[in-house]
Design a protein around this ligand. Structure first.
Ligand code: ADP
Ligand code: MG
Length: 595
């Protein structure tokens, strides 16, 4: 069987088992499956937010609670339909997440998870202290859901609604991850600089992801309220949040299916403990917490990948979702291209650029110009300030003083992201790739700034046409840098030199006017260097302008039209390669320097 076939067969078996389950299970079993479905929705949001996006939330149950209370209150106090309750619940949950996200998602390190505990606690406290919400007794007589004249009171009746929603949520999020916004989400871990360099705003991506995870929790909360027909504060407190996190971690943060597996394991275990512990002790409630704590610690020690990570290794990924087939986008129409300025037109002008790090002046009053169609080399001994200068002119670092013009715009105060969108693409001296993503996805990320599909279109699968064009573009650039046929390998498995080459392909996917390369040939073998030189010359022939830092003098001298030499942060000389090579100041800088 093909990998595609195996994966489809597995999904079909799971779907069929879930569809048939109520026919064989009693009320108790179906109720348990209902709880698992609702838990899986929340855990799905956590797999996305924490597992894929890298932001841990200890407060997710609060969003479940906001939605549950919102719908319960609207339907009991105002007699509204639960379907109106759904709209209201999701609107309120989304707004709450937006507000909390705007306030907290810029926090770094441990402060973000800590802040989730803070708002998780306070929202849960709020439920118990509002008269309209019945304080600690909660709201009862919440109406059941109705579809047409059919009331979903019985566990067997609401079962299919819950699992249809779970199924749709899985499909939506799986579509999402294999898309333009999904690649940005998967790139969140590892810092904002890479995202900005391809024209994406990491904060916005994280905020969107946070709201999406909250909305999944909101859906769960709405189902919970109308299934149990009663809401009270305790199911939405921090203890519940930790249980949801345990589901996501236990199931496996690396894949969406972990949410389902985790919800099943945690809730089944909870049931078993609830049945057995009272036989052993009178303090069953406390002991259950201890049992979960032990489980959590064991997981972190022995099975970081969670249950699905374990299954994946055990089955050697034979049932994993297959890669996109390259044939499916081979003939796609190319993405629209930028019009490049005529040869000789001014592209970049740096005037008096200064960068101070405390007392150290890393870039000291450097000025130079680049014209369209040139390859300009920036050389100088180690520590001369070349990378820092690159970071200034790509707006990766703020300047201490100076002015930068790009394509006639003053970009001295522009964000890195905006500048990237204007057509400046770069690579990094210390490569910034996403090691867990395929070569294809890493390069496709480069096209982020010139494409549009958003989260909703991607999740609903409406982005197909653009996505095929993006992937076809990425394939083309992989081919150009000599990585054709390796598109499904993981970037992290490449040797360092090849990773640099991959960064060039990513930069090319942005369709740049100016390509800024920081030591692209470092770590390449002789033949690979030759191939790189050929590629850069071809690009120049196509009208792309290139600025390159390189240590290999032979390579640079043969390649560039003009050289700028830096030493101790300042510009030492500028001119044609032969003249620079003959200049005594350059020779003494290199002999005296550490290079
Ligand atoms: P090059 O790329 O030419 O080797 P760099 O631009 O990396 O040189 O570094 C220039 C100088 O600035 C070095 O002395 C380096 O130690 C210093 N430097 C670079 N980045 C930082 C930083 N973030 N903070 C403090 N000093 C820095
Ligand atoms: Mg450097």
């Amino acid at each position: 069987m093909t990998p595609q076939g195996r994966h489809r067969a597995l999904v079909a078996v799971v779907v069929a088992a879930l569809a048939l389950a109520p026919l064989v299970l009693g009320k108790f079993g179906v109720s348990l499956l209902n709880d698992i479905g609702i838990g899986a929705l929340v855990a799905l949001g956590l797999v996305l937010l924490t597992g894929i996006g890298g932001a841990t939330s200890f407060g997710q149950a609060a969003f479940v609670g906001i939605a549950a209370y919102a719908s319960a209150w609207l339907t009991t106090a105002h007699g509204a339909s639960p379907w109106l309750g759904l709209v209201f619940a999701l609107a309120l949950t989304g707004l709450a997440a937006l507000a909390i996200g705007l306030l907290t998602l810029r926090l770094g390190g441990h402060f973000l998870p800590l802040s989730t505990i803070a708002w998780g606690l306070s929202i849960a406290l709020l439920f118990g202290n509002v008269d309209a919400f019945g304080r600690h007794t909660g709201l009862s007589n919440v109406p059941p859901l109705r579809i047409g004249g059919w009331s979903l009171v019985e566990p067997h009746a609401i079962y299919y609604l819950i699992w249809t929603i779970v199924g749709l949520a899985f499909v939506f999020n799986r579509n999402l991850l294999q898309s333009r916004p999904g690649r940005a989400i998967r790139s969140l871990r590892g810092g904002a600089v890479l995202l900005a360099s391809v024209g994406a705003d990491a904060f916005r991506v994280r905020l969107t992801l946070f709201v999406l995870a909250a909305l999944l929790a909101g859906l769960a909360g709405w189902l919970y309220a109308h299934m149990n027909r009663f809401v009270s504060p305790s199911p939405f407190d921090v203890r519940a949040s930790i249980e949801y996190l345990l589901m996501a971690v236990g199931g496996g943060l690396g894949q969406l299916s972990g949410a389902l597996a985790g919800a099943a394991v945690v809730l089944l275990l909870k049931n078993v403990l609830q049945d057995t512990l009272p036989l052993l002790t009178q303090r069953a409630g406390q002991l259950q917490a201890v049992a979960f704590a032990v489980l959590f610690i064991l997981l972190l020690q022995y099975a970081r990948g969670g249950l699905m990570g374990f299954v994946r290794r055990w089955t050697r990924g034979r049932f994993a979702a297959p890669e996109v087939e390259t044939a499916s986008f081979a003939g796609a129409e190319p993405l629209p291209r930028r019009s490049l300025p005529a040869a000789g037109a001014p592209i970049l002008a740096v005037q008096g650029a200064v960068k101070r790090f405390g007392g150290l002046v890393a870039v000291d009053d450097v000025s130079f110009e680049i014209r369209a169609g040139e390859i300009v080399g920036l050389i100088g001994p180690n520590g001369a300030g070349k990378s820092t200068l690159f970071n200034l002119l790509t707006r990766t670092l703020p300047m201490s003083a100076g002015r930068i013009e790009f394509l006639g715009h003053d970009v001295s105060a522009l964000s890195q992201r905006r500048l990237a969108r204007l057509g400046m693409a770069r690579t990094f001296q210390h490569v910034k790739l996403r090691p867990q993503m395929s070569l294809l996805d890493n390069v496709a990320l480069g096209a982020h700034g010139r494409t549009r599909s958003g989260l909703l279109a991607a999740g609903l699968g409406l982005d197909g046409a653009e996505e095929r064009r993006i992937l076809a573009e990425a394939m083309r650039h992989l081919g150009r840098v000599g990585l054709a046929g390796r598109e499904h390998e993981l970037a992290g498995s490449l040797p360092l030199g090849t990773q640099r080459t991959l960064e060039i392909a990513r930069a090319l996917a942005a369709d740049p006017v100016l390509l800024v390369l920081d030591e692209p040939a470092a770590g390449l073998r002789r033949q690979e260097k030759q191939a790189l030189g050929e590629l850069l010359r071809t690009l120049r022939g196509e009208g792309v302008t290139i600025l390159i830092v390189e240590h290999d003098m032979d390579f640079v001298m043969k390649l560039v039209d003009r050289l700028v030499v830096m030493n101790f942060g300042a510009k030492l000389v500028e001119g044609a390669p032969a003249a620079v090579r003959a200049d005594p100041r350059v020779q003494s800088a290199y002999l005296g320097g550490t290079a």
